[in-house]
Ligand binder design. Structure first.
Ligand SMILES: NC(=O)c1ccc[n+]([C@@H]2O[C@H](COP(=O)([O-])OP(=O)(O)OC[C@H]3O[C@@H](n4cnc5c(N)ncnc54)[C@H](OP(=O)(O)O)[C@@H]3O)[C@@H](O)[C@H]2O)c1
Length: 300
């Protein structure tokens, strides 16, 4: 049966694998083999952490290994699990873990059929490259059917100084949406913000030095009073003339951003309703302006 002393294999030597292998080794776990589609990727990860074995072939896996991390892209998890399930391995007492936030453990059902334990372990953090990201204090969402797997993943999380919580498989997609909206959409919005800032033709003024304090105070306010109460700006104030000016500036300049502005402003009206308990006549005027532009777009 798997335990914290078991040999661990990683399948998929990509971005998250570098940080996870680093954290596991620091916590005293035994990462003993790395497998990836491309042998050089496996070699690079194994070489960085002196992991003894690496390969580009799943047949390289042996019964000496009891814990398997599938750190392949989401689209490859089911397929990789199926391929492993066809190998001549003793699956009983082993644990297979994927680290996707969007997919649930049913992706590993081919391994479950072989009597392996399965689980998912999604760290709420972004790993944009193979550069090691410190995962200490991050939340980790755990999914597992059997108590033994759940308990192990909980202990693993605590050993890695993560903050674990359990997720129901049928609700997991909402958890992932929360992460995408909080992180990826924030990136998208700041990308657009920088794009707009560049149109002012700044002379030796860095975008981030300008928005840093407002971004930081927004995050602080969200932490302190929650997202709805942290809302300010033209939609919340009911400044419909400013909204019209924004729309005029965006129209014809950037179609996608224009559409994004319409959708996000409509959404901010909902948030305003929650913050203030109701919408006033200026808010309703903004709603009318936005819907009118929307309908014009639909006719195009
Ligand atoms: N990156 C993040 O911010 C993040 C955050 C949380 C969770 N995750 C999850 O972590 C998992 C991996 O994501 P990632 O961002 O680390 O992806 P990634 O950088 O693309 O790495 C995946 C690695 O898997 C290898 N691979 C692809 N197909 C394979 C196959 N069929 N067999 C064996 N190896 C294969 C690729 O190998 P080669 O180089 O050998 O071609 C690649 O290096 C995903 O489930 C993702 O949802 C990622």
């Amino acid at each position: 049966m798997f335990s914290e002393k078991s040999n661990i294999a990683f399948i998929g030597a990509g971005k998250i694998a570098f940080s996870l292998v680093s954290a596991l080794l620091k916590a005293g776990y035994n990462v003993t083999s790395i497998i990836s589609r491309n042998k050089n990727s496996a070699k690079k990860l194994a070489g960085k952490f002196k992991v003894p074995d690496y390969s580009n072939n799943l047949k390289f896996l042996t019964n000496e290994t009891k814990i398997f991390f599938l750190t392949v892209p989401d689209s490859q998890i089911k397929k990789t699990a199926k391929e492993i399930s066809k190998l001549d391995l003793d699956f009983k007492g082993s644990l297979f873990i994927h680290v996707s936030g969007a997919l649930d453990i049913s992706e590993l059902k081919s391994l479950k059929k072989k009597k392996a334990h399965t689980g998912s372990f999604h760290i709420m953090q972004t790993f944009p490259s193979t550069k090691i990201v410190d995962i200490k204090n991050c939340s980790v969402a755990i999914e597992a059917e059997k108590k033994v797997a759940k308990d192990f993943l909980n202990k693993l999380a605590l050993d890695l100084k993560l903050k674990p919580f359990y997720l129901r498989s049928d609700k997991k997609i909402y958890y992932h949406l929360a992460g995408v909206l909080a992180s990826n959409f924030l990136v998208g919005n700041l990308f657009s913000a920088e794009k707009m800032f560049r149109l002012t033709k700044p002379k030796k003024v860095d975008f981030f030095s300008v928005v840093n304090s407002t971004v930081n105070s927004t995050l602080d306010n969200i932490r302190n009073v929650g997202p709805a109460k942290a809302l300010s700006g033209p939609v919340e104030r009911g400044d419909y003339e400013t909204i019209e000016k924004h729309l005029k500036a965006l129209k014809g300049k950037d179609k996608l951003l224009f559409l994004n502005y319409l959708i996000q402003s409509l959404y901010l009206l909902e948030v305003t309703g929650i913050k203030n308990g109701k919408l006033n006549k200026e808010h309703k005027k903004i709603h009318k302006i936005l819907v009118k532009e929307f309908n014009l777009l639909k006719k195009l």
